[in-house]
Structure formats: C-alpha cells, structure tokens
Design a protein around this ligand. Structure first.
Ligand code: IDP
Ligand code: MG
Length: 141
C-alpha cells in the first residue's frame, strides 16, 4: 500500500473557519504533512483536477463549488495513506458517514462535504502533482 495521499480542505470548510480543526484531526490521526498551501482555484484548474467526473450531472456544480473560495490542499504521508485517510473523512454523503469522521462533523451535504481525499495510490500521485512541485514536498526520512 502506498504512503501518500492528497487532502483538500474545501471552500465550505475554509469559509466556516474549520481549517484548523480539520488539520488537527489529520495530525492526531498520524498523518505527516509533506506540503500545504492555501489557493483559490481557477475554473480550468478545478476542471482539470476533477476531469474524471466531467460526464457527471454534478460536474459544473462541483467546479463552481471548488472555485467559490480558497481551499487548502495538503500532501500527506503515512502507512496505507489513501485508505486510512478515506476512513478518517467518512462517506461522500455525510448522512452516511460514520460518527467521528471529518465529513460527519463538518460536511453540510453530499456536495458541500468539507474535504477531499484521493481514491487510489495512482490518483494520489497525480493529485499531489496538480498542486505541488517536487521541490515543495518535504521528504521525511
Ligand atoms: P469523494 O470526494 O468521496 O471521492 P466523488 O464521487 O469522487 O466523492 O465526488 C467528488 C465530489 O463531487 C464529492 O466530494 C462532492 O463534493 C461532489 N459530489 C459527489 N456526488 C455528488 C452529487 O450527487 N451531487 C452533488 N455533488 C456531488
Ligand atoms: Mg473521489
């Protein structure tokens, strides 16, 4: 299992002043931050990031949401990072997310769901490179 994943604290959570609380939960869960920034995504960058969803009915809404304000992408490291991070954030729809997960605590609904997490090791590598160049990533040994 890979040891990298990409998190994004999405614009709703940043706007709700939940950035600090979410970063705290990520660190408490044993993840190490390799890189982090705050960025206001352009439309073309958000469309590129979510290109796999371009045929979905919610694609335009998703791009509008992700460009509605600043977000905080974070490159994370720990054993089995993708699976462990998705466990920490919970289901896409907060109504179905387990108690104590980030989405259960901070998401509003299936769209405004506070955080992103990569869904595979392959996508984690691609998604990290969407936001960070190699020399921005801290290499922890
Ligand atoms: P994930 O973020 O849990 O991996 P995906 O299916 O990859 O979920 O969807 C990407 C994002 O698109 C979700 O996090 C959410 O913000 C949005 N989204 C997913 N499903 C819907 C929907 O049915 N309506 C509106 N937005 C949705
Ligand atoms: Mg996904």
């Amino acid at each position: 299992m890979g040891n990298k994943t990409l998190a994004i604290i999405k614009p709703d959570a940043v706007g709700d002043k939940n950035t600090g609380k979410i970063i705290d939960m990520i660190l408490e869960a044993g993840f190490i931050i390799n890189a982090m920034k705050m960025i206001h995504l352009t439309k073309s960058s958000a469309q590129g990031f979510y290109a796999v969803h371009r045929e979905r009915a919610f694609f335009n809404e998703l791009v509008d949401y992700m460009t509605s304000g600043p977000c905080v992408p974070i490159a994370l490291e720990r054993d089995n990072a993708v699976e462990e991070f998705r466990k920490l954030i919970g289901a896409t729809d907060p109504a179905k997310a387990a108690e104590g997960t980030i989405r259960k605590l901070f998401a509003k609904n299936i769209q405004f769901n506070a955080v992103h997490g990569s869904d595979s090791d392959e996508n984690a590598v691609k998604e990290i490179s969407h936001f960070f160049s190699n020399d921005e990533l801290i290499n922890i040994k």
